[in-house]
Design a protein around this ligand. Sequence first.
Ligand code: MBD
Ligand code: FE
Length: 311
Amino acid sequence: MTVTISQTAEVKAFFEQVAGLGNDQGSPRFKQIILRLLGDVARLVEDLQITDDEFWKAVDYLNRMGKGNEAGLLVAGLGIEHFLDLLQDARDAEAGLTGGTPRTIEGPLYVAGAPLSEGETRMDDGTDPGTVMFLQGRVLDADGKPLAGAMVDLWHANTQGSYSYFDTTQSAFNLRRRVITDAQGCYRARSIVPNGYGCPPAGTTQEALNLLGRHGNRPAHIHFFISAPGYRHLTTQINLAGDKYLWDDFAYATRDGLVGDLQFVTDAAAARDRGVEGERFATLAFDFQLQAADTPQAQARSHRPRALQEV
Ligand code: MBD
Ligand code: FE
C-alpha cells in the first residue's frame, strides 16, 4: 500500500506555514508559487515513491548543475524552453496574433553589447579557417513592406560549435554583432559557416540526457533578436538545411519556416570580387517578418538575465 499524507489538513497547513501564508511580509506571488511547488513535490515523492537516495541525488545534481552554470542548458534540453514557445504560440492564436516569422528559443548563450553597425558587418575575427559565409536579408512588416532602421542582433558558434565569451579562447564578441537595416530594410553580414553545438560531455545536462537515452546535439544555426519601433520583438533562429541534427535537435528549436539553405559557390573570380581568399564561399538569404506590436512591452525582449561583456 502506498502511504500518502500530502493531502491531509496537517500537511497542507504545514506547507502554507512554510510558504509564508501566515505572515503579511514578502511577496504574495512568490508565496503562491512556492506553495504550489511544495505540494507538487510532495505528491511526486509519494506517487513515485521517491527513495531517500533518489531525493538526495537530485539535490546534489542541482548543486552541481548550478556550479557548472548549466540551468539554462538543462531547460533547453528538457524541452521546457520550447514548451514556452508553444504556449506563447497558443496564446497568440487565441488572441488572433498571427503571421510573421515564427519564434524559437533564445538558448543560454547570448551576450549583450555586441558591436553595432549600419547595414552591414563582418562577424568573424579572421582566425577560424571555416568557409566564408555571406548572410543577407530584409526585415519586413506583416504586409511585406521593408523596415529601415530595424535592429538585427545575431550570434552563432564557430566551426567547433563554440560561442565566444563562454569559450574564452575566442576574441571578445567573435561571431556576435548588431546591424541596423538600411533604407531598403536590408542587413548584410560576412561570417563563417558555423557548426552545430554539443553539450559539454562531462556536464550535468549531458548526464541527464544520457539517463534519457538522448544525445545533446544541435544542428548548425544562427540566432537572432529582431526589433523595430512599433513592432513585436522576435527571438528566432535559422537552422541550416543538410545538418544531420536539423530535425533531431536536442533543444527542439528547429521549426518549419526557420530552415536556411546555404548555397555553396566555387568560383575564383566571384570569390576575389567578394574579398574571399581561395575560390569557395557560401551565401545564405533569409528575410524576417515582424508582427505589429499591440503594446509597448511587446517591442522588447524578455528580461531574462543575460551575460554582458564590457569592452
Ligand atoms: C545552443 O547554441 C543553443 O542554441 C541552445 C538552445 C542550447 C545550447 C546551445
Ligand atoms: Fe545556439
